[in-house]
Each structure stands twice: as C-alpha cells, then as structure tokens.
Design a protein around this ligand. Structure first.
Ligand code: FE
Length: 270
C-alpha cells in the first residue's frame, strides 16, 4: 500500500508528481550513492516536486533490478529524507525494457508496477526500433489489467520516422510519458520538435523528469511546465499534473482523442 510520509502536503492540487526518475542509489545508471539521492531529493523539492517515483531500469543482462530490492531501498530513502526533513515522498516503480517474457515475469512477481499497485507499468522500448511483438505485448499487458505507459516516445527513432506506430499504440490503449528535458529541448532540437508534435496530437499523458543525476540529466520539470503553460495554456499544465495525481490514486487518467502526427512537419520539409 501507499507509503505515508508525515511532512508531505496532503491537499489535492498542491502536489507535483514525477512518475519517472532514477533517484535510487547504486541500482542502475542513476545516482551513485545515498548522499547523491539526498542531493537529488533537495533539487526535486526546489523544482516543486512533492512525490517522486523511483523507477530503476530493468533491462535483461544489464540491470536486473529486483522488485523487493526497489521497495526496500525506497523505504530506506524515505526514512533518510524524513530524518533530514526534506519534504519529498518517494514511491516504488520500475522502468521495464520490453521483452517477450515480460508478462511471465510480472506474474512471477519480478516486476514492479508504479506504487506496486498492479495498475500502471512504465515500459521502455529499444531506442532504435519497435520490435514486432510490441503491439501484441501492449495488448496482453492490458488484458492482464495493467495500463502500459510508454516512456519517452520522443526519443525513439522508429516512432520519429513513423509516428503512426505511436498513434496506433495510443489508440489501442497505451499511455505515454514525455520527458521534461525534451519539452524544453535541452538535448536536441529534433527531439524537441517531435515532443511538441506528440503533445499537439494528444499522444501523451504525462510529463516526467527521468532524472538520472544533477548535471546533464536533471529534472527540468519547472522549465517544462512553464513552457507548456506559455505555449498551450494553463489547461494543458493541469491536464498533465492531474493525470499524475489520478495515477497516484489508481484511477483512470484523462485522455483526448489521439491524432496522427503530420509527417511533413516532422521532417521539416518546406
Ligand atoms: Fe528512465
């Protein structure tokens, strides 16, 4: 069940939830030590974040993070943060690289869903291609009663080349999460453009940090939301923020009818 933290604001609307981060120490390519986790937590608080999901990678052969290990580390970090009076609630999750045995692993309780609630699961595709079994897997995940959230589709090469693939997955019930840094375009202009096309086509439902460290892969949530506010208005900010709240409460999120991304614009041909 939900981990309760005393010094976190309870009031609805006074929260900012980050559903994707690598704030747990020594478990993947995220932060290296508990001290760094504490530093990251302080930055998260400065960014206005009140609740953060710790979602270590799960990639076969590389990071085989264990669900119970994640939950233990989350509990430990919460204790440390509470002791230091840092008002950030950490919740367990996992960023699961898709593979054909994903559901078997889930049934064997090897995979952590968000908040360990058997409702939402972060799924990551390989960077360079969409495996043929993806559509079937996303369908099967939903048949299992879970909602898959595809993380950072804006950084996925095949989605960029063929955005219809992403449209098709969203149309068939998958949710997606774009990265705050991609919204502001701190890494790459092409990714920034695709990110905004994804937003405009109603192909995404969450903004998260995917923060790994305090230098080149930091939070950028404040910047992302202020850009969203100036570009699309307060309603869009509210949509993303309330979706994260709904997720936290195991409810269904708000979805708009997805559109297709116009390929001409994507390639920038004029
Ligand atoms: Fe990540």
């Amino acid at each position: 069940s939900t981990i309760n933290r005393k010094n976190v604001p309870e009031k609805r609307g006074n929260v900012m939830i980050d559903i994707h981060s690598h704030i747990l120490a020594g478990i993947d390519d995220g932060v290296g030590s508990v001290d760094e986790s504490i530093e990251m937590a302080k930055i998260a608080v400065q960014e206005g974040i009140t609740t953060i999901f710790a979602t270590p990678h799960h990639i076969y052969g590389k990071y085989e993070t264990d669900k119970y290990d994640i939950i233990d580390k989350v509990n430990e970090l919460n204790k440390v943060l509470e002791k230091k009076n840092i008002p950030l609630q950490v919740l367990p999750g996992q960023e699961v690289r898709i593979h054909s045995n994903l559901l078997e692993d889930y049934r064997m309780k090897k995979i952590a869903t968000l908040n360990n609630h058997q409702r939402y699961i972060l799924v990551e595709l390989p960077d360079d291609h969409v495996p043929l079994y993806t559509e079937q897997l996303l369908y099967d995940i939903q048949c299992e009663g879970l909602t898959p959230i595809i993380v950072h589709p804006e950084r996925q090469r095949e989605f960029m080349e063929n955005p219809f693939l992403l449209y098709n997955f969203v149309k068939k019930g998958a949710l997606t999460q774009i990265t705050a840094a991609s919204v502001v375009g701190s890494n790459n202009r092409k990714i920034k453009r695709f990110t905004h096309q994804i937003i405009e086509a109603n192909l995404t439902h969450f903004i998260a940090s995917d923060a790994h460290n305090k230098s080149n892969r930091n939070f950028r949530m404040k910047d992302a939301y202020s850009l969203i506010r100036s570009k699309y208005g307060e309603g869009m900010v509210k949509l993303f923020q309330s979706n994260a709240e709904l997720l936290l409460q195991d409810q269904f999120v708000h979805k708009e009818m997805p559109d297709r991304v116009k390929k001409k614009k994507l390639l920038g041909i004029l």
